[in-house]
Design a protein around this ligand. Structure first.
Ligand SMILES: [Cu+2]
Length: 466
């Protein structure tokens, strides 16, 4: 049952831009420089699709060899954890038929992908949940090249933790000539005394803290992932944090690694990855140059928590390769939006908690109460909007908005110019974060905390772009 939508051609793109300009009232004067900086940052519409890529996605229980090599009972996409990496080129139509063979309802949300609103997978908002035995066809043409991922958007704290996540790589029309393109899905698992996934979800402890943090950390489902490369290689390493609550801050052991993209989108310029907080939902694309001189071994470690631990290893062995020289693809148009400091937020969301609800604690966005679906914030399409998140708690809240990218403008009132877009940004304890965006994609989009237990307990609302 694919939901129909119109083919978008180059002419339609031009027409849509014209009609936006022609039909909308002229922007208030303070918007003019902000919109001028935003122009051509990313496209309003997709390219005319020149091919359709068809995938099946079966969600079902499975027993898989994972972690340190033992069998683990999971819920899996296509019998694997992490689920499949779907690779398409930007401008290709993607058609994914989800078959639900789980004992529970599910959906698929395409995290970071600007899809038509009915394809967003947000249960109860953009679609009905897919019942056990049911199917749903997701169809969209990605507008942006980059690293994205997908996961259920119902009972996420259980379904994602049990293993339901996969990666969508949208390639450029002419991908940069890296010697290798590697995906690292970074995750953690909480295992019970029997070695299986602890079936106690949404515990009072997890709810009252930063969600469910596991006792085992994996890359691509393995506790000792080792990437073996040749000396001289230049890798594109795509990181995705699929954990329910854990934040990673990785150290690259002296490797020459540069961030080229955040949350899928190319940065304005390459960025030093030191200190970058990869919170649940975030992606990072790294340009990694392996030294040409001889073998080597680098242990990537996490330093977000007090006790550093190893996450994965990169080992160079064999005959050296000639390292390809090409300009970094991190040369995107990303506005600085310095004038935005003078603009008042259209909405301030207080991040707070109170007693009550089915879990004993309710997480709130604003003063409208948990799951404030009635409290849509209107975001005018094609206009700059500023939102403010004020964290009244001492917990971490990685805030995620569907259907658009935003820039962090300020933290605790001090201007910030990250040279990249985001779809998820961490709000620290007692911190205030301002973000700015120019939404282009119409519809009702979820805005929520990506600590999945906080989301489950109410830290979720919607914005409406029209
Ligand atoms: Cu939260």
């Amino acid at each position: 049952m694919p939901v129909g939508y119109r083919r978008q051609g180059v002419i339609a793109v031009a027409f849509a831009m014209l009609s936006l300009v022609a039909c909308a009232p002229p922007p208030p004067s303070e918007q003019v420089p902000l919109l001028a900086e935003f122009a051509d940052a990313y496209p309003a519409e997709s390219r005319a699709p020149d091919a359709t890529r068809v995938f099946d996605l079966v969600a079902a229980p499975a027993t898989l060899t994972l972690l340190d090599g033992r069998p683990l009972q999971v819920w899996a996409y296509n019998g694997q954890v992490p689920g499949p990496t779907f690779r398409v080129r930007v401008g290709e139509r993607v058609r994914v038929t989800l078959s639900n063979r789980l004992p529970v309802e599910t959906t698929v949300h395409w995290h970071g992908v600007r899809v038509p609103n009915p394809m967003d997978g947000a249960a109860g908002v953009t679609q009905q949940p897919v019942p056990p035995g049911g199917q749903f066809v997701y169809e969209f043409v990605p507008k942006d090249a980059g690293t994205f991922w997908f996961h259920p958007h119902i009972r996420s704290s259980e379904e994602v933790e049990r293993g339901l996540f996969g990666v969508l790589v949208v390639e450029d029309r002419a991908p940069p000539p890296y010697t290798r393109d590697v995906v690292w899905v970074v995750d953690d698992w909480r295992l019970g005394p029997d070695g299986e996934i602890d079936p106690n979800f949404n515990t009072p402890h997890d709810l009252a803290h930063d969600g469910r943090w596991g006792n085992v950390v994996t890359v691509n489902g393995r506790t000792a992932e080792e990437l073996v490369v040749r000396p001289g290689e230049r890798l594109r390493l795509r990181l995705v944090n699929t954990a329910n609550g854990r934040v990673f801050r990785l150290d690259w052991a002296g490797l020459d690694a540069r961030i080229i993209a955040v949350d899928g989108m190319y940065a304005r310029a390459p960025v030093d990855p030191t200190g970058f907080e990869l919170s649940p939902g975030n992606r990072l694309d790294l340009d990694v140059r392996i030294p040409a001189a001889g073998p080597g071994r680098w242990v990537v470690t996490d330093h977000f928590t007090r006790n550093a631990f190893s996450v994965a290893t990169i080992r160079a062995a064999g005959e050296p390769l000639a390292s390809p020289e090409f300009p970094s693809p991190a040369a995107a148009r990303v506005p600085a939006w310095r004038e935005a400091a003078a603009i008042a937020p259209a909405k301030e969301y207080a991040l707070d908690a109170r007693r009550g609800g089915p879990f004993g604690i309710e997480w709130m966005l604003g003063d409208d109460g948990p799951h404030a679906h009635h409290a849509d914030t209107l975001l005018p399409r094609g206009r700059f909007t500023k939102l403010r998140f004020t964290n009244r708690t001492y917990r971490l809240h990685p805030m995620h908005v569907h259907g658009m990218f935003f820039k962090v403008l300020a933290r605790n009132g001090a201007p910030v110019d990250e040279p990249f877009w985001r779809d998820t940004a961490l709000v620290h304890a007692q911190e205030t974060m301002d973000v700015g965006m120019v939404p282009l994609d119409v519809g009702r989009w979820m805005l929520h905390c990506h600590v999945l237990e906080h989301q489950e307990a109410g830290m979720m609302t919607t914005v409406e772009v029209r």
